[in-house]
Ligand binder design. Structure first.
Ligand code: F6P
Length: 327
């Protein structure tokens, strides 16, 4: 790869919002591609909070050594609701100016995208976003960094729970993450062979779930896995309701933040390497206000404004497939 024509000399990278496995891989790709092209890189610590407080440090080639396989983010992160205020964003912009930062790569989820959109509109600041969120609810990409790892973690947990569910002939309701959406639940439910998947995008009928369990029992099944997205219902509540509708013992398990940790999967790393590097190339080409994404295995760019405006849809064909295979 020959170095591209340089248009900016200094940029910053930040990982605001919830962490996702593969963020470190993306930071490494951003830093190494930038340095390769002669750009100085700053890392902003603790997400937007660090930008407001001026917690900005140099990143060198060595700073990102040995992190390709590490979950979390070496830059740390922080939920920062105050960044929704215009005067707070002005403070952040002033710090970018003070450090003579000419462009920024933002690695994060929907909150980060909305914040980036505001910074672009208010200050015309060059930003490229990289989608990173285990929720995978970001328009403009098939994969956001961390999603595949979270799915693998949840499937591994459910496979283990299935062993005890089978031994005790129980129903297990398993709650997975997905604040307002069922992307994790759907993929996990499909590949873990869940008997029912409850997601916010599809209204659920608890009687129908109970009936599915009874039909299964009639043909000799004695244990059942129900996957529920946290954005649709609470596992304990579903478990209580199912206990009334079945003669089997019902238990529940909330997988929680375990899904956000761990070494990134090969797919999360691949997406991170490719999108991280592409983000820098775009800044070098003088492009801005874009999110890079992977669609049908190709790297594409979508205006951040469109990404914020549009809602990624759940794949109903996958939902139907999961139901059919679990019948
Ligand atoms: O957006 C990612 C996510 O893990 C959601 O699935 C979940 O609802 C939320 O973050 C949890 O956030 P926090 O760690 O701040 O409680």
């Amino acid at each position: 790869m020959a170095p591209t024509k340089r248009k900016i000399k200094t940029l910053a990278v930040v990982t605001p919002g919830g962490d996702a496995p593969g963020m470190n891989t993306a930071i490494r790709a951003v830093v190494r591609t930038a340095i390769y092209n002669g750009i100085k890189v700053y890392g902003i610590e603790r997400g937007w909070l660090g930008l407001i407080e001026g917690k900005i440090k140099d990143l060198e080639l060595n700073s990102v050594g040995g992190i390709i396989n590490r979950g979390g983010t070496i830059l740390h992160t922080h939920r920062c609701p105050e960044f929704k205020q215009k005067e707070v964003r002005k403070k952040a912009y002033d710090n970018l100016q003070a450090f003579n930062i000419q462009g920024m790569v933002v690695i994060g989820g929907d909150g980060s995208l909305n914040a980036s959109n505001a910074l672009i509109k208010e200050f015309n600041f060059p930003i490229i976003n990289i989608p990173a969120s285990i929720d995978n609810d970001i328009y403009g990409t098939d994969y956001s960094i961390g999603f595949d790892t979270a799915v693998n973690t949840a499937v591994d947990a459910i496979d283990k729970i299935r062993d005890t569910a089978t031994s005790h002939e129980r129903v297990f309701v398993i709650e997975v993450m997905g604040r307002n959406n069922g992307f994790i639940a759907l993929d996990v439910g499909l590949v873990a062979g869940a008997e029912a998947i409850i997601i916010p995008e599809v209204p659920y009928n608890i009687d129908a779930v109970g009936q599915k369990i009874r039909y299964g029992q009639q043909r000799g099944k004695s244990s059942f896995i129900i996957v529920v997205a946290e954005g649709a219902a609470r596992a304990d509540d579903i478990a209580k309701q199912l206990q009334k509708r079945t003669k089997l013992d019902v238990r529940y398990s909330v997988l929680g933040h375990i899904q956000r940790g761990g070494s990134p999967s090969a797919i999360s790393r691949e997406v991170a390497c490719k999108l991280g590097s592409r983000a820098i190339q775009l800044l070098l080409e003088g492009r801005k206000g874009l999110m890079v994404g992977m669609v049908s295995d190709k790297i594409i760019e979508t205006p951040i404004e469109d990404v914020c405006r549009r809602k990624k849809q759940i794949d109903m064909a996958t939902y139907k497939l999961a139901n059919m295979l679990a019948s």
